[in-house]
Ligand binder design. Structure first.
Ligand SMILES: [Zn+2]
Length: 296
């Protein structure tokens, strides 16, 4: 490390939802069937906690209120291990399907459940399926009104299921009157194209070398922290197979589940990682204002 500069600590996050709560299956498994399904999130999160402990890293667990309601002691276990508990909304409904009022109720209910279960304050939010974009100009107002410090809800890239391709790639301040900051998930530049490089399916499906290249590029060339995410079900090759989902969703969901844990171990060992609230705090002075023509 050269003299005087802080080492770049990247943001490590886990989106805590069960195997049947993912966007890919939302048209196949109705929400009212969720209670009858095999709950696997607890054992998967416990395995992740062990992995993080071995690597001596802290992370942020963006958790559904629905999960916190059923796994209270697990929330306490995550917080006691020094990780951050943050909100992933109540039951994974996308933000752009809500009115502002409905969104406000969803995040209020989820936060109350999380804080009650974990016994810590929740100050961060991640939208299900990165569903804050140009269609939801009220979402940041609601988060600011409810006193959130940061959001990590934007994928600044074009993707078939999500993405706000014009959004800034690094920390930005969505509202001129609020300190709330948005920390988008990581993209890497390939020529003048933005590539999704923050985890999820891309990390699981592509060789590890791609993620290594992308994070190094962001850290070394751009001198910014990367934001990485994955899900507990991604380390669970034994999970039940969902019939009737589109073939593309099935391919994306089930590829390389058995390779995910070793890959993650390599990732957490190779780079420096920390909680998202720490990262938001460090990035705040560098956050840019959201240009008006993008916000509209
Ligand atoms: Zn999610």
């Amino acid at each position: 490390m050269s003299g005087g500069t802080l080492p770049i600590v990247n943001g490590l996050s886990v989106d805590v939802e069960d195997w049947f709560q993912v966007g890919a299956f939302e048209n196949v498994i109705e929400r009212d069937r969720w209670n009858d399904l095999d709950l696997r999130v607890q054992r998967n999160v416990e395995a992740i906690l062990e992995m993080f402990e071995q690597a001596d890293v802290k992370a942020t667990f963006f958790t559904l209120g629905w999960v916190a309601k059923r796994h209270g002691p697990l929330m306490r276990m995550i917080a006691d291990a020094g990780h951050e508990i943050a909100s992933h909304g109540w039951d994974h409904a996308r933000v752009y399907t809500f009115t502002r009022k409905e969104f406000g109720e969803d995040i209020r209910k989820a936060r109350a459940e999380l804080e009650d279960a974990a016994g810590v304050a929740v100050t961060g939010y991640r939208a299900p399926s990165f569903s804050i974009d140009q269609r939801t100009p009220w979402a940041y107002m609601e988060l600011a009104d409810q006193g959130y410090a940061y959001s990590s809800s934007v994928a600044p890239v074009a993707h078939d299921h999500y993405g706000w391709r014009e959004a800034p790639r690094f920390a930005f301040q969505p509202l001129p009157w609020s300190k709330l900051i948005e920390i988008p998930v990581t993209t890497a530049m390939f020529g003048n194209r933005r590539l999704a490089a923050g985890g999820g399916g891309f990390f699981r499906v592509l060789p590890y070398a791609f993620s290594r290249w992308a994070i190094r590029q962001v850290n070394r060339r751009e001198q910014r922290p990367a934001v990485f995410y994955f899900h507990p079900w991604e380390i669970d090759p034994e999970q039940p197979r969902v019939e009737g989902a589109p073939i593309k969703s099935r391919l994306r969901h089930y590829t390389n589940l058995d390779k995910m844990a070793p890959k993650l171990r390599e990732l957490v060992r190779e780079f420096a990682w920390g909680r998202m609230d720490m990262l938001a705090h460090r990035e705040a002075p560098r956050a840019v204002e959201l240009p008006a023509e993008i916000a509209a």
